[in-house]
Design a protein around this ligand. Structure first.
Ligand SMILES: C[S@@+](CC[C@H](N)C(=O)[O-])C[C@H]1O[C@@H](n2cnc3c(N)ncnc32)[C@H](O)[C@@H]1O
Length: 157
């Protein structure tokens, strides 16, 4: 199984980008990890928020392949403590053969079609993060989960 973090638009902040790369590389010692970037839409000023979500949604759905398990990162999703997320990951790693795809929405979130296509929704907090920052928070939690499952020293209860 492979883990994909699917995001809309490149990571604009160099410090975030470095952090994301670092945590995905560290998590990659335990399970193959990659970040897939859907190119940012052009001329978004001429689109309503709903239209932008629709268009981004079409690109997200195109990037999800048959056999993938798509999990949305969404502030209204299931909440976990880090050890619970690690246990959830362990189950997924046994159940999913192809890619476990964690999807971050665009600046205005997901279209209804993306919600319909997803298997699950996970929240990282009740608070809302920017679509840029959530990538870094998730990458750290993914590494933490992998470290917990492998009895590493990173996490302390
Ligand atoms: C700025 S938020 C979108 C906010 C809001 N849903 C909206 O309708 O405008 C952009 C994306 O970041 C991710 N995100 C933000 N906060 C999150 C959280 N607490 N947990 C998980 N994902 C989050 C989600 O993928 C969301 O679609």
């Amino acid at each position: 199984m492979k883990i994909t973090l699917l995001v809309v638009g490149r990571t604009a902040d160099r410090l975030y980008a470095e952090g994301i790369r670092d945590y995905l590389e560290r998590a990659g010692h335990y399970v193959p990890c990659e970040m897939e970037v859907i190119p940012e839409l052009k001329n978004t000023k001429s689109l309503s928020r709903e239209q932008q979500k629709e268009k981004e949604g079409e690109l997200i759905l195109k990037a999800i392949q048959p056999g993938d398990c798509a999990v949305l990162l969404d502030e209204h999703g299931k909440e976990f403590r880090s050890v619970e997320f690690a246990a959830w990951m362990e189950k997924k790693m046994h159940a999913v053969n192809r890619r476990l795809v964690f999807v971050v929405g665009g600046p205005y979130g997901f279209s209804p079609a993306v919600y319909q296509a997803a298997q699950d929704k996970i929240s990282l907090s009740k608070m809302t993060f920017s679509h840029q920052m959530v990538r870094l928070v998730f990458a750290e939690q993914l590494y933490r989960a992998m470290n917990i499952l492998n009895n590493g020293p990173y996490h302390h209860e």
